[in-house]
Design a protein around this ligand. Sequence first.
Ligand SMILES: Nc1ncnc2c1ncn2[C@@H]1O[C@H](COP(=O)(O)OP(=O)(O)OP(=O)(O)O)[C@@H](O)[C@H]1O
Length: 269
Amino acid sequence: MPHAPATHPAPAATPTVILDIRDLVVRFGGILALDSVGFTAEAGRILGLIGPNGAGKTTVFNCLSRLCRPNAGDILFRGKPLSGLRRHRIAGAGIGRTFQNVSLFDHLGVRDNILVGGHVLGRAGFLAHTLRLGRVAREEADLHDRATEMIAFMGLAGLDNRRVADLPFPVRKRVELARALMSRPHLLLLDEPAAGLNHEEVEVLKEQIRAIRDRLGTAILLVEHHMNLVMSVSDKVVAMNFGRKVAEGLPGEIAQNPEVIRTYLGMGG
Ligand SMILES: Nc1ncnc2c1ncn2[C@@H]1O[C@H](COP(=O)(O)OP(=O)(O)OP(=O)(O)O)[C@@H](O)[C@H]1O
């Protein structure tokens, strides 16, 4: 079970909207990948985003990471439009992410990979780094302390210097999560974190996702095909199909929503 000191306050009884997606439209040539999609995510809560292949989930994610530029609509993050932010400023603005296919520096060790995630927090400028001023040394020490916390939090203790390439897939996924948490994101985007995990590993992942919300206070947007995971950890679920939002509600409501049931039966299941 992960353990770490809380770094964000506990979520308020009336949740604050952290992410407000409004009427998002994305076209790829003749394909309408997102057709006026809108929903909100709340601070310190888990939002599950579900839908069959091609529903538009990854496109929403890519708009949030600024990998994709919407044709219309707005995304407000903590009240400010994301459109004003350059792609490389996203992590610094408080949005962290993991990828469907784990994306790490394979030849580097666990700690070094995790440290990469903290460098967006650095405040010392180029001159300070060049002159190795005291501020740089303090920042480096703080980053190492944070990495030590995240290593313990994600159950990676003792693996600091292990080369990532030599580790099993589920452990690599935990390294990627620890790296994403280094920048103390207010919102964490998880792209199919259960893909490639077995039943026991998914059970561990559930606990880790809940711990990220409950102990770090981080809001999570979870794109996932693994229904059992989404339904058991999400505070709210948004269901999509053919680029449109078809339902939004509590997991229990979504599981019984006729449109959602039709969508999944329509997949030939
Ligand atoms: N770069 C692109 N160029 C052209 N079409 C694209 C591109 N990216 C996505 N699409 C199309 O946009 C639609 C939405 O795709 P998207 O990847 O967002 O769906 P998804 O819900 O994430 O699916 P999956 O669960 O398979 O990842 C699909 O019809 C897809 O083929």
